[in-house]
Design a protein around this ligand. Structure first.
Ligand SMILES: C=CC1=C(C)c2cc3[nH]c(cc4nc(cc5[nH]c(cc1n2)c(C)c5CCC(=O)O)C(CCC(=O)O)=C4C)c(C)c3C=C
Ligand SMILES: [Fe+2]
Ligand SMILES: [Fe+2]
Length: 356
């Protein structure tokens, strides 16, 4: 029997690229504009807000709302704020994401291939997955950088990953990490960042401010249709409300409070970044800031545990805008606890999420 060896030589260039047996780790954050210019911010807001999981109304009214109202009017205002946030190296959300990609790759070693993706703008989920596909990886782990599950964040990342891989001939094993708000490594990492402030300074009150969500998005996720009334029902996480974003946020606060040894009555959970006129999950952070100042509270430490990297929502909204409101109303000191950013503790948690 003759065997022609030569055609196989044609595969040699691919042998370098194909990494059979390795695991791909796609770390995904929300996304940020390419630059703080008005056109780039407009492009980002359009892509972000046209996502039906973010503005969950019918496609035509959503298109009209985003393209005729929100994007044109909000982009110049948001661009101004992004300019304030921007550093020489770019947007903090992306800088920390790129650092995390390198740090996690180093910690995991060459059995894994780590790639950063953004749900909106760049680097895209599509390009990250395409790179994994070309490498012929054994399996893929997707880690959305959102500690608590929400359809608008984690759910949207899942949908985008599935939209892409359903077109593939071979779909490898894919693991999605749904949330990690209750992992001791997550709680300890945030608590340790806060503890440094609490030990060095006096505070009268601690605020835990989470990204808000339209109330209906939570109610739509209630599998029983009657478990969640957005009130004290979110005070515990149990089998029927385990995916309720608001319940997961309250549980995050409880675990942080326990770790920090805070006394009842000295802390508040609230929700920031309301957009539009529909009711969002309550209490609203701006109301709480006003109430605390009116009660004579002078010194507040603020945590933002819905974000794993400092970004517009923390550095500008929590650290600056709420501080300004608080000080205008008679408060004296308002301080944001830094996020997990590029800390070792965050990378340790990511390693646990990959290896568990
Ligand atoms: C309907 C609107 C919005 C929903 C729902 C929403 C949910 C949601 N968002 C995050 C995380 C981030 N959001 C960020 C910015 C941001 N969010 C919205 C609106 C909704 N978010 C807007 C319009 C913006 C842009 C800022 C502005 O123009 O004012 C960011 C910061 C990005 C950055 O570049 O720094 C993050 C992160 C989560 C986790 C979430 C659901 C729980
Ligand atoms: Fe947001
Ligand atoms: Fe709930």
């Amino acid at each position: 029997m003759s065997y022609n060896f030569l055609p196989h030589l044609a595969y040699i260039p691919y042998i370098k690229k194909v990494m059979i047996g390795k695991t791909g780790v796609l770390i995904v954050n929300l996304g940020t504009p390419d630059s703080p210019s008005v056109p780039d911010v407009r492009k980002y807001l359009r892509e972000f807000l046209m996502d039906g999981r973010v503005i969950d109304i019918a496609a035509i009214p959503r298109w009209l709302l985003v393209n005729l109202i929100i994007a044109p009017f909000r982009s110049p205002k948001s661009a101004k704020v992004y300019k304030e946030l921007w550093t020489e190296k770019g947007s903090p959300l992306k800088i920390y994401g790129e650092a995390n990609e390198k740090q996690l790759q180093k910690s995991l070693g060459d059995e894994y291939v780590v790639k950063l993706a953004m749900r909106y703008q760049s680097p895209s989920i599509e390009n990250g997955l395409k790179a994994f596909q070309e490498m012929g990886l054994k399996n893929i782990i997707v880690i959305p950088f959102f500690p608590q599950y929400a359809s608008a964040s984690t759910g949207s990342v899942y949908e985008e990953v599935m939209r892409i891989v359903t077109k593939w001939q071979i779909i490898p094993e894919i693991t999605f990490k749904n949330n990690f708000y209750h992992y001791p490594k997550f709680i300890n990492a945030f608590a340790n960042n806060g503890r440094k402030h609490l030990e060095n300074d006096e505070y009268d009150h601690v605020v835990f401010s989470y990204h808000g969500l339209p109330a209906r998005q939570i109610l739509k996720g209630d599998c029983t249709g009657k478990t969640c009334q957005l009130g004290s029902c979110c005070d515990t996480v149990h089998a029927l409300n385990q995916h309720c974003y608001r319940a997961q946020c309250f549980e995050t606060t409880r675990l942080l409070v326990k770790e920090l040894g805070l006394k009842e009555g000295t802390y508040t959970t609230c929700f920031q970044s309301r957009l539009g006129r529909d009711p969002w999950v309550q209490p609203y952070t701006d109301d709480i800031v006003n109430e605390l100042a009116a009660k004579g509270i002078k010194r507040v430490l603020a945590f933002s545990p819905a974000f794993v990297a400092d970004c517009l929502e923390t550095t500008i909204e929590v650290a600056e805008e709420y501080r300004e409101i608080f000080e205008e109303k008679g408060g004296e000191h308002w301080k944001l606890v830094e996020s997990l950013n590029d800390s070792e503790a965050w990378i340790d948690l990511l390693v646990e999420l990959v290896k568990e």
